[in-house]
Design a protein around this ligand. Structure first.
Ligand code: AMP
Ligand code: ZN
Length: 112
């Protein structure tokens, strides 16, 4: 596989502001935060985007959601937004599955 930025971050080969990790997941601060709290949650295993998930990844997505809730709880966040951009037109720029956890300001809906 060609080099992947988020694989390198999860492996600690490229520095990041780590928030937390589990055996299968890694979380870190977004380098260009769009809200006072902007954390990215990624699987350590390379999956290019949400639509590439297979039936075998159902548990992984459950873990990601539980991990996001746990991070929010530790950070005493009650209100937050989880976002996944799937594909370039949806705004995906890094092709390693990631969930954005955004909080700390009033969120607009619908997003731009
Ligand atoms: P997306 O546009 O959904 O693919 O989100 C990719 C996110 O990764 C963007 O919000 C970027 O600011 C963020 N990002 C890119 N490079 C880094 C990096 N080296 N460390 C932390 N966040 C990054
Ligand atoms: Zn990757």
């Amino acid at each position: 596989m060609t080099q992947c930025l988020f694989c390198e971050i999860a492996a600690g080969k490229i520095p990041s502001k780590k928030v937390d990790e589990t055996n299968s997941l890694f979380s870190f601060r977004d380098i260009h935060p769009q809200a006072p709290v902007h954390i990215l949650i990624i699987p350590k295993k390379h999956i290019s985007k949400l639509s590439e998930l297979t039936a075998g990844d159902v548990q992984l997505m459950g873990e990601i959601t539980a991990f996001a809730n746990q991070i929010a709880s530790i950070q005493k966040l009650t209100d937050y937004r989880l976002v996944v951009n799937n594909g370039a037109e949806a705004g995906q720029t890094v092709f390693h599955l990631h969930v954005h956890l955004l909080a700390g300001r009033k969120m607009n809906w619908p997003p731009g």
